[in-house]
Write a protein that binds this ligand. Structure first.
Ligand SMILES: [Zn+2]
Length: 264
């Protein structure tokens, strides 16, 4: 095996002595030359030793062990195959020949395995929970933006600044909604698609100082572009402008002005 084992469980299964044949040999050959994986295997051994210590001292029935092993195997193979029905072959001498036998045999191999299965499932649940939390956070973010946009549209003092197309430039119609008190602005517009190696960029042109980038976008023929942003504090805009810039935008405008509108 040249690559690292792809599944974290492999280290635990190896440490438990649950891997056999090629799988077992592959891990052994790999950890002999890979210090990262050797460390992971050492961690897995430590983890299993702890699990074993936590399990009460009950001798397992051989059939329980076989069933658990089958479950671990089917989990490991992505639960696609049906669980193995035949008992796991084992010789008495083989069991005692493994390093873990000294730790596990007195406290119950089956319970250690059960702990391991639960621990694996818990870890999967944790991952699913983290993914759900990330989704929820994204949705809350979108909801928050929608609320802010609604506030901006309905607020007193929000002005609509039409942006006028410039001669010889891509055609389109757009406006910026701006509220000085809220420090918010929203661009809404339809522009001819930009060339592939260029982007459109919206600028806040303040009464003093350099233009401030308010968003980089690529226009599609059939879509209206919207974006919403907070105006940096202490900025007093006198106009909004869209320029054509190298793809991805620039810190300061370098390209031709496509649209411009002044705050009255
Ligand atoms: Zn490795």
């Amino acid at each position: 095996m040249n690559g690292h084992p792809t599944r974290e469980e492999d280290f635990d299964l190896y440490a438990l002595g649950a891997l056999e044949g090629d799988e077992k040999a592959a891990i052994e050959n790999h950890v002999a030359t890979c210090s990262t994986c050797a460390e992971k295997l050492a961690e897995a051994r430590g983890r299993l030793a702890l699990l074993a210590l936590a399990a009460p001292a009950v001798a397992p029935a051989p059939s329980v062990k076989a069933r658990l092993m089958a479950q671990v195997r089917s989990e490991k193979q992505g639960a696609v195959r049906a669980p193995v029905v035949s008992p796991v072959p084992e010789t008495t001498g083989g069991l005692l020949g493994h390093w873990w036998a000294a730790v596990l045999a007195p406290v119950g191999f089956a319970l250690a395995l059960a702990s391991f299965v639960l621990w694996t499932q818990n870890r999967r649940l944790d991952q699913q929970l983290a993914a759900l939390q990330a989704d929820m956070q994204r949705e809350q973010q979108q909801l928050q933006t929608a609320r802010e946009v609604a506030d901006l549209i309905t607020a007193r003092g929000t002005t609509i600044v039409p942006l006028a197309p410039q001669p010889g430039m891509p055609k389109g119609s757009a406006h910026v909604m701006y509220n000085a008190k809220m420090g918010m602005l929203m661009y809404e517009g339809q522009l001819e698609p930009n060339p592939a190696n260029k982007s459109y960029q919206l600028w806040i042109v303040p009464t003093q100082g350099n233009p401030i980038s308010a968003g980089v976008f690529n226009a599609a023929r059939t879509e209206t572009d919207h974006f919403f942003m907070k105006c940096p504090p202490g900025i007093d805009p006198k106009a909004f402008a869209v320029t054509l810039e190298p793809s991805g935008g620039r810190p300061q405008p370098t390209g031709p002005m496509v649209l411009v509108g002044a705050l009255s």
